[in-house]
Design a protein around this ligand. Sequence first.
Ligand SMILES: [Zn+2]
Ligand SMILES: [Zn+2]
Length: 116
Amino acid sequence: MTRKIIENKAKCKLCQDIIESKNTNDLKRCSCGSIAVDGGLDYIKRLGNLDNIIELTKYEGDEIMTEEKIEYCTCENIKSVHSENDDFMCWDVCDDCGKVLEFSFESLEKFEDDLD
Ligand SMILES: [Zn+2]
Ligand SMILES: [Zn+2]
């Protein structure tokens, strides 16, 4: 099965350049010249010293797969929850199964308002 390419990108280990080929004949070379990418969204082509390539190509479906990894709490009777947060969101976590409650996500913006 061939997956659809979203971004044909690579990073050079020597000069740290990130180069991206956007079209079929869009050959991009890094600034030190050791690697090049080509092929755009049709195919992945790599030229130069392949040992210096850090692959950054993204395929369709990669993001969706990450999203599907989130498992939500399916407990019928939730006895207790605790809340967790990162810099942007807070959410409730079921104490029984340790999974996130699906509709508990809230933006933290309103809390910032309260602080003023
Ligand atoms: Zn380079
Ligand atoms: Zn649960």
